[in-house]
Design a protein around this ligand. Structure first.
Ligand SMILES: [Zn+2]
Ligand SMILES: [Zn+2]
Ligand SMILES: [Zn+2]
Ligand SMILES: [Zn+2]
Length: 751
């Protein structure tokens, strides 16, 4: 990072962005106008930076580490013990071997082949099938190939994929097989016939859903610009619209599939060229992404993208969209002509809802023209760096050989488009979340955690709470969702499902009412003054939504921050002075919390809070837990109603007790009874502050489900129905896991 900052500041000294910012194209055109010596020095600095970035990798050491991990995996896999975690433990080790075998094909082939066996035994047939294909691709030894093909045929049978099964069976018939393999072949041929009859019997009852448009985009020639309105009354909880993103990038903290954004993976397939930084959930996803990754692989290898933040997603947009725009620009002869044609497309009037995604994206607003100079220069230098990278480390510019303009023209255009996208993303970018196991390392995978699962996609009893942690995993471009204007009282609840989003009505929306998104924390979770700054600095407007214009704009937020004064002779209800206090003082580590009663002016000591934290520390001890439950009930002496801190403390209490349980501590019926009571209370508070469909709510729900599954508390039909309703707000892959858990452990008990 320092290296980048240093180069950027040296480059900044060389350029003089004179005059007013006009547009992205003008910025790079003017860069070309630098005096020759300065221009050369500028370019040299970029080249040097790109050369310094790559870290050497020792292929021999990688191969050795891979072999070690595979052999460890073999020991675990073949051990005679009845360890139920044996297979997943082996899968985990084999995955390590796959990751380490960088560009070492022989090792890689063996690692894939061994992982395939383990995956097949566990029941991950699609993944096992892919691993066999991977091993064959990497040059698996000729004399053993029939074993892998047989394995593929077996998986295809399990997956009921007739065509694939038939293909493999006929290729096996061409091979020299021994007695036992001939027998297997015979069995599979019989299975094929059974499958064929089954398929013939199956009635194809595919219904096409008639999707009615519940929303439309209107245009206001005045200040409001484009906005989204409801075409009819939309009841709370209805899915209003969905959108599939073709451009997203994983955030640095977690490895997810680069093609479908899946975070639940049992057999991640890495790109074996770029140091374990890119993974796919399947071969299909890897193929689907090949046309993008060929231009990014070198960049991942040198860790370029993590330095550049939003510009990586901007690059992705250029890589994805440019081939789609190219036909319109083929005959332009100069960069100027190309840019003018582009801007003409951008400014063409809207033709209904069917505007293609790349065009919607080209039309997104940007406020780069109002950005302070350092910010503008930073994004411009990032765009320049990426364009130089594409030129020096990939064959990207070959794409333009078919056009009338020259490569110098295209360099300016590509830089300008990256800058333009970056500027748009600063105001339009979205960040997607996903559920991941608590305390999962960035390079680990949820489905490979041996202590969590009993079989594919089925958690063990009492494990749902370990899938309750929400993490931000992607930066996404969603041009249609971006058309929603901001209000501090949002009308939608956005669900991220891989690289798609579905937007549900958060409350009832009347016909003709505008549909709003919220770009900041909403009115129940922030002060108006806290929202003003980002809205002004980033989005360049002042909010005048219903929450902001009311006489007491902070009333709804402050309702979650009422105290009862600690001083015996006061004991009155008060809300701290928001000018002088950080209302969420407990979130800041070691924060000084000079919360003062506004009536008697006495400073609050919060001794009860510190005692509570001490009890949490020692909640492995059953008597301390008893005290803890009592302390929680006593919070009502200090915190009024659904005080925000009460929710935080309930959450910590529950998490800590479950962590003890996970570590083998025995919880009694009395414990479960109290925990269930505290969770239910906390769910009420969470519903009040964050909404009863929020991830915060669902996350706490998992703890209650675990207690019910363990038969330690009852849940009536009504409560259960209210919870199962929430599952639609989960991504498809997680919803399946939750449904399985429900069917395995809960349904039976709630008749
Ligand atoms: Zn995928
Ligand atoms: Zn790669
Ligand atoms: Zn507002
Ligand atoms: Zn007081």
């Amino acid at each position: 990072m320092d290296r980048l900052a240093k180069v950027f500041s040296q480059q900044d000294e060389l350029i003089a962005l004179e005059g007013l910012y006009k547009d992205e194209y003008f910025t790079f055109e003017s860069l070309k106008g630098l005096p020759a010596e300065k221009g050369q020095r500028f370019h040299q600095l970029t080249l040097q930076l790109l050369e310094d970035l790559p870290q050497p990798v020792d292929p021999l050491k990688c191969t050795e580490r891979s072999r070690q991990l595979r052999e460890e995996g073999n020991l675990v896999f073949r051990s005679a013990t009845k360890d139920p975690e044996r297979v997943l433990k082996a899968c985990k080790l084999y995955t390590g071997a796959v990751f380490e075998a960088e560009a070492a094909n022989e090792e890689l082939a063996l690692a894939f082949a061994n992982r395939g066996i383990a995956l097949q035994e566990y029941g991950f047939f699609r993944e096992a099938y892919d691993d066999c294909a991977n091993a064959l691709d990497c040059g698996y030894p000729e004399k053993m190939r029939h074993k892998l093909v047989m394995r593929q045929a077996h998986c295809a049978w399990k997956l009921e994929d007739l065509d694939v099964l038939e293909k493999h069976l006929s290729s096996l018939e061409q091979m020299q097989l021994n007695e036992s393999f001939l027998q297997q072949l015979e069995n599979l041929k019989n299975e094929l016939e059974i499958l064929k009859r089954k398929e013939a019997d199956a009635t194809a009852s595919q219904q096409k859903q008639d999707i009615k448009s519940l929303e439309k985009i209107s245009e206001d020639p005045g200040e409001r610009g484009r906005y989204m309105v409801a075409t009819e009354a939309i009841p709370q909880g209805t899915a209003i619209f969905s959108e599939r993103a073709s451009c997203f990038v994983p955030l640095e903290q977690r490895l997810i599939c680069q093609q479908c954004a899946s975070s639940l993976m049992s057999a991640p397939i890495p790109c074996p060229q770029c140091h374990q930084k890119v993974v796919y959930c399947s071969r299909k996803c890897r193929e689907g992404h090949a046309n993008i990754h060929r231009y990014e692989c070198a960049g991942y290898r040198m860790d370029l993208f993590k330095l550049l933040g939003v510009s990586h997603l901007a690059l992705r947009m250029v890589l994805v969209y440019v081939p789609l725009i190219l036909p319109d620009l083929r005959d332009c002869k100069s960069s100027k002509e190309i840019w003018e044609s582009l801007m003409k497309l951008v400014n063409e009037p809207e033709q209904g809802k069917m505007v293609p995604e790349y065009m919607q994206s080209l039309r997104m607003v940007s406020h780069l023209d109002q950005a302070p100079r350092p910010e503008l220069v930073y994004h411009m230098l990032c765009a320049n760096l990426l364009q130089t990278y594409l030129e020096k480390h990939t064959d990207y510019f070959d794409l333009f050989k078919v056009t009338a303009a020259g490569s110098e023209d295209w360099k300016v255009i590509v830089s300008a488009l990256i800058l333009r996208s970056a500027g748009q993303l600063l105001v339009n970018g979205h960040v997607g979340d996903a559920l991941v196991p608590v305390a999962l390392e960035a390079n680990e995978f949820a489905l490979l955690q041996p202590d969590m699962w009993q079989k594919p996609y089925h958690l063990r009893l009492g494990q749902l709470h370990n899938l309750s942690h929400t993490e931000l995993v992607t930066a996404v471009n969603l041009p249609y969702l971006s058309l929603c204007n901001h209000a501090c009282v949002p009308s939608i609840r956005t669900k991220f499902d891989g690289c798609s989003v579905v937007n549900y009505a958060r409350s009832n929306i009347a016909a003709g009412e505008e549909i709003f998104n919220c770009y900041t924390r909403d009115y129940r979770n922030s002060l108006k003054s806290q929202r003003i700054k980002p809205l002004k600095e980033v989005y360049k407007f002042q909010c005048s939504c219903v929450a902001c214009v009311q006489a007491e704009p902070d009333k709804d937020y402050l309702a979650f921050h009422q105290y009862l004064c600690e001083k015996k002779n006061c004991r009155k209800k008060f809300i701290p002075d928001v000018q002088q206090n950080d209302l969420t003082w407990w979130m800041q580590s070691n924060a000084d919390n000079p919360i003062v009663c506004t009536l008697c002016k006495e400073r609050q000591s919060f001794a009860w809070y510190n005692e509570f934290l001490d009890l949490i520390e020692s909640c492995g001890d059953s008597s301390k837990r008893r005290e803890l439950y009592r302390a929680f009930d006593k919070l009502d002496n200090w915190l009024v109603d659904h005080h925000s801190l009460k929710g935080t403390m309930a959450g910590e209490l529950v998490t800590a007790c479950f962590a003890e349980m996970d570590d083998g501590c025995f919880l009694t019926d009395f414990d479960y009874e109290n925990l269930a009571r505290i969770i239910r209370k906390n769910l009420e508070s969470t519903a009040a502050q964050c909404g009863d469909t929020s991830m915060e709510y669902i996350s706490q729900m998992t703890y209650l489900w675990d207690i019910v599954a363990l038969k330690k508390c009852k849940m009536d039909k009504k409560e259960l129905g209210c919870f199962t309703d929430k599952l639609k707000y989960l991504a498809q892959e997680h919803k399946e896991v939750f449904m399985n858990y429900y069917n395995d452990f809960i349904k039976e008990q709630c008749k």
